[in-house]
Every structure is written in C-alpha cells, then in structure tokens.
Design a protein around this ligand. Structure first.
Ligand code: G6P
Length: 499
C-alpha cells in the first residue's frame, strides 16, 4: 500500500455508520447523518484515509467487521471497527464517558459518579483504540482523535512508540479549574492530553480553562503565545493548543432547505398551526440542554404576556439518547410532565395547543421543514460545546426574517452573540422576556440580525474548521495563524474574553 505523506486516520467513539442486522440475518452498514463525516469526507477521499470507531453494537463482532469492510468501498475511505463487550460499554461509555466526564465538563458535578472501575475500563478501552490505530496506521499518517471518550489514546500511542503526528479535538466544553480538580484522575488526564501534538477546543473560553489547569497543576508546561494557537513544550515535544469552533456545511443546508418540497412541508406546518408564530426547540434528550428550564420560561412568557396566548406555539423536538442512564430516563418524565401541565393550563378547547411535543428521531426533510417553518428558535442549553442546531437554523432561515434566541452558555454564543438574542437559561423570566422581544421584533431588525448571523456561519463553515485544525496540526509556521477574529472573540462579558 502506498501511503501519502498526510493520510488521515480519524478516530472517534462511534463510526459514522449505523450497523444493523437485516431480515436475512446478515449485517449491513449505512451512512449515519453526522456533520463530522460531511466535513472530513473530502479530506479522507483526497488523501486516502481510515476511520476507526465503535460500530455501536456489542453483537457479532466478526460479522460487523466484515460489514464495515464491505461499506468501505462506497464510503471512499477504510472503516475499521473497535468492538466492545457489554461490560466495556457499561463502564467506559455509559460510565466514565457519560457519568463522569460528560456531567463534570458541563459544570454538573452533582451528577458525577466517580466510580474507580469506570476509570480502569476507560484506560483499557482507550488502549484498544490505540492498538487498532497502531495496527492500521503508519509513521507518515496524521492521526486525528475526537472527543472526551478518547482523551487517553494519544498517551497509549506514545507508550507504544508511535511517533506520528496526533491531534485531539474536544467537542464538549473544558471546565474551569475549580471543577476540573474534582476529578480523581485529573493529573493522569492532563498528562495524557499533553501527549498530543495539537489539542483543539471549541472556544477561547474552553482553551483558557485548560491553560489555567495547566498553569496550576502542570506548571512546568509553560504556555506561550497569543492568537488562535498557543504553544507549550512538554516531555521534549512541542504541543499546540488552539480554539477552532466547529460548524456546519452551510451551503448544503441552504441548498436542501430551498427545495420546493421542504418549502411545502413548512407551509403545511403553518396551515396546521395557523395565526401564530412558531417557536422551535430541537435537542437530544440531555440534561445539559435545559429543556425543563425552557418549558418553564415559555410558561412564564404566556403568564406574563397574555397577548402571546393563541399567538405563539412551541414545537419541542426531543431526540432519544443514552436512555440506559437513569438521569436521562428521569429527564424524559420531567419534560413530559411539564408539557402536560402547560398544555393543561393554557389549552383552548378545540383550538390552540401551546406546546407541540415530538419525541423521536426526525427525518432530514422533517428537520429542515421545522427549521424553515420556525419564526423563532429557542436554543437554551445550560452548557454546550458548540450547539450546531443554532447554526443549522440560521442556514435554513432562507427568508432571513427569523430570530435566534441563544443561551450565553452555548459555545456558539461566542460567534453568534451579535445577531442572536442572548439569554441566561437559568433566568426563567428573562428567557420569557426574550420570547416576547422576538415575537414583537420589527421585520427590519429581524432581517439585519439574521443577515449578520448567516454571514458568520457561511464564512466560518465546517470546511473552514477542518482546514484550521489540520493547519495547526501540520503547519511549520505558526505566525500564519490569525489573532482570534470577531467570530471568536466574544463580547459577552470580560470572563468570556481570550486569555
Ligand atoms: C455529543 C458528543 C458526541 C456524541 C454525541 C451523541 O455531541 O460530543 O461525541 O457522539 O453527543 O452522543 P452519543 O452518546 O449518542 O454518541
């Protein structure tokens, strides 16, 4: 096999394919719908590449591996599976990743279960990923590891003697020092992260938190520089630390949302829910998304602004996720109870229903139709790495007269703060006021805000993100990196500003 100098090996917890057993008992793989794969596909196809990940099932490892091999031809890159058994899924994925790192890094320490078995299995499973990379990779490859499930993989690879360049991107927030120090394995994780050649964060704030942790906990790793990419030297190697806000394939969303059938679906939605503004929330079922807080804010708006009654409906879409974790199951019950209460309190017999609740996965065209139909998007996570729904909504607002209400604790707020109405998701009445403001905003203001938002999402799309990260990983000349520009330097508060 000829390996070009920059063949890319992408590594993520899940493969971007959905594996299923068909009626005849054989396994097949079909492409999933993730944004990451759209962004990386051109790079993987041009340079040749491998994607390593878990197929999402604990069944029939060998047959699933063969299905991945068969899918590789059409994919345009090679798919390699890391199989996990039930215990590994419990302790590594549901345990360490989603009952320790996920809540802690989203500032929800009270939801953490610092069970030592989780950490042991996390290290073992990260070792499995590393072994798979070492088997299929080569010295000249660029290895790009994604997200909080796999923070230790770089350290495992170095321990195996792998010298290739390795990058890591964290898709979720990095917590402030005071929270990070609660982690019993904090030192091991920081040392592991310093084994990468480049570490990417979503926002300057996340990067600043990480650098602050290094300053206090690993003072010998002195961080230098300013601008988009900082540098430290650790263990005789240079480590680059950057902020690269992830985005979407803007043009693809615009193209698809402009299709006549999507326009028609959106119009049908307005016919079913006439004479009112439609407010949209779309989230994975997750306690970080602030769905109960949002419902209460919606209720507050209806209580305090009676003009909104019968003139506004909330469509709340909840996509099932991690349902094997009790906190997620409890959240579903809480949401459904609140929806019932609000509808019971305000419903008009034979007419207006305030909250339309949809629990399930949406088809692409339904999602696009919701985006196009919604007059207001209400995106109020308590904490979020980026939140791509906000960017997708802007791209799909073809008429440019819709309003984005966005939590100041979503990574996207750093980039979109000038066009969106920013809110504190914990401020029930404040979010209610924002709904009123969006509902009564003049068309001129809506248009100028949305135009600004769309310009930013169009300029800093997902292909910009890939280029920015890969440049930081391979470029020799760091002065080529611009100082953080308006898309990243938030104006929200001094606390959000770059270090
Ligand atoms: C977040 C994480 C991703 C993850 C996704 C879905 O966006 O950053 O890494 O893939 O949630 O979660 P799941 O647990 O279903 O993979």
């Amino acid at each position: 096999m000829t390996i070009s100098a920059t063949r890319l090996i992408v590594v993520s917890n899940r493969l971007p394919y959905v594996f299923q057993r068909d009626a005849d008992g054989t396994w097949s793989a079909r492409p999933g719908s993730g944004g990451l794969v759209t962004a990386l596909l051109p790079v993987l196809r041009n340079r040749g590449g491998v994607w390593i990940g878990w197929p999402g099932t604990t069944e029939a490892a060998e047959e699933v591996e063969l299905a991945a091999e068969r899918a590789s031809g059409a994919a345009g890159y090679v798919l390699k599976t890391v199989s996990l058994n039930g215990e590994e899924v419990d302790n590594f994925y549901l345990g360490f990743a989603n009952r320790i790192i996920w809540p802690l890094f989203h500032d929800l320490q009270s939801l953490c279960d610092f069970e030592p078995t989780y950490w042991r299995t996390y290290r073992e499973v990260n070792g499995k990923y590393a072994a798979c990379i070492a088997e299929h990779g080569a010295q000249a490859d660029l290895i790009w590891v994604h997200d909080y499930h796999l923070m230790n993989v770089g350290a495992d690879l170095r321990a195996m003697g792998v010298q290739a360049r390795i990058g890591f991107f964290l898709h979720i927030p990095f917590p402030p020092l005071d929270l990070f120090v609660k982690l019993p394995w904090r030192m091991a994780l920081l040392h592991a992260l310093l084994q990468y050649d480049v570490i990417g964060f979503q926002t300057l704030r996340d990067r600043r938190n990480f650098v602050q942790c290094l300053r206090i906990l690993v003072p010998e790793a002195r961080v230098r520089g300013h601008g988009q990419v900082l540098v430290t030297h650790y263990g005789g190697r240079e480590v680059r630390i950057g902020a690269f806000p992830i985005s979407i394939d803007y043009n693809a969303f615009v193209r698809q949302a402009s299709q006549p059938e999507i326009k028609q679906l959106a119009a049908q939605l307005h016919e079913k829910l006439p004479n009112r503004k439609l407010v949209l929330g779309v989230d994975r079922l997750d306690y970080t998304k602030g769905i109960p807080h949002r419902l209460k804010a919606f209720r507050s708006a209806l209580e305090r602004y009676p003009e909104l009654r019968e003139r506004m409906s909330l469509i709340q879409v909840v996509v099932p996720s991690r349902v094997d974790i009790a906190d997620y199951h409890d959240l579903k019950l809480e949401i459904e109870q609140l929806v019932g209460q609000i509808n019971g309190e305000f419903v008009r017999p034979g007419g207006w229903v305030p909250v339309w609740y949809v629990y399930g996965s949406l088809s692409r065209s339904d999602l696009l139709a919701y985006y196009r139909a919604a007059d207001i998007a209400l995106i109020t996570p308590l904490k979020d790495g980026m939140n791509l729904v906000a960017k997708e909504y802007c791209a799909c607002s073809i008429e440019e007269d819709c309003v984005l209400i966005l939590s100041e604790f979503a990574g996207a707020a750093a980039q979109l703060n000038r066009g969106a109405i920013l809110v504190n998701p914990y401020d029930t009445d404040g979010v209610g006021d924002a709904l009123w403001r969006a509902w009564s905003m003049s068309v001129e203001e809506r248009e100028s805000r949305m135009r600004r938002l769309r310009r930013s999402v169009r300029t800093f799309d997902v292909f910009w993100w890939v280029d920015a990260f890969l440049n930081a990983a391979i470029s020799h000349d760091l002065s080529a990196f611009p100082a953080p520009d308006e898309s990243m330097a938030p104006e929200v508060a001094a606390d959000f500003l770059p270090i």
